[in-house]
Design a protein around this ligand. Sequence first.
Ligand SMILES: [Zn+2]
Length: 352
Amino acid sequence: MQDGMKKWMQLPRDVLVGHGVINDISDVCKDLKLGTNPLIVTGTTTKKIAGDVVHDILGDCGYDVHVVASTDASMSEVDRVKTEAIEHKSSFLIGVGSGKSIDVAKYVATQRDVPFLSIPTAASHDGIVSSRASIRSEGKTTSVEANAPMAVIADTEVISKAPYRLLAAGCGDIISNYTAVKDWELAHRLTNESFSEYAAALSLMTARILIDSADSIKPDLESSVRMVVKALVSSGVAMSIAGSSRPASGSEHMFSHALDTVAPKHALHGEQCGIGTIMMMYLHGGDWCSIKECLEIIGAPTTAEELGIEDKYILEALLVAHTIRPERYTILGTGLTPAAAEKVARITKVIS
Ligand SMILES: [Zn+2]
């Protein structure tokens, strides 16, 4: 940022993390003066887990609540939910789900220019707090600009019921911060891209705290959920301070997005990013072994086999990753040679 340049940071206003905080939903709506007719966007499974609870609490408190079940985060779903929001003159939207419902609600709320609340039922990626939404359109998933949630209500009791695999993936998304910040520093030095010391420091500290407590992140432990949720919120704040996803998304994310396009079947976003972090840390000349070790302790995949993706797609993704977001300078530069791609994947034992 240049001196004298304006900066607008958008942060969530209320963040609730803890056991049973979903029951505070009406207090949050009152606190934020959000109007009386919300539209809840939820998935078919997550509706039973949390969507119905939110609906009933708000209904009992006199809100005129409508619910729309959304199955995927696609442009056609966005249009369908938008039509519902217009029809019911919804004064705000609530996304209740593991990610897709939150992305759809977030994007529709932005388009309708109304507030949005995020109620995650899993902690698998930082989209639960961020100002970006992943929307699929014409078979391709793109990350679109949206408003950050006005409030995040992360009920650790609800989230602890989600499969542990999702929580481990969330850890991979946080560990990504290590290489994301390294890429950002590199871009700052090589291309004079603006850099925020505060955002970078917060992002790194978040990843470090998580790595330091890796051995206490275990299945069926609400305290683990709490730790990961707080780290995701903290990563989200770092992105808000930066005004971009730079502090939490670099070459490791480009690798994951590349994998989404080249592999016939992909794994969870955070799982792919975790493996991307191991390899990109090797390219940066950093301590990739401790990244790998940490993911192993948490129980997140560290190899192509554990991801359920064939070696050849890992190599293909490494070769095209730099084209995913060419304006974002990273350690991948203008791309790896096939020999270099094979070397990084083999040395880090991602492929065998
Ligand atoms: Zn991510």
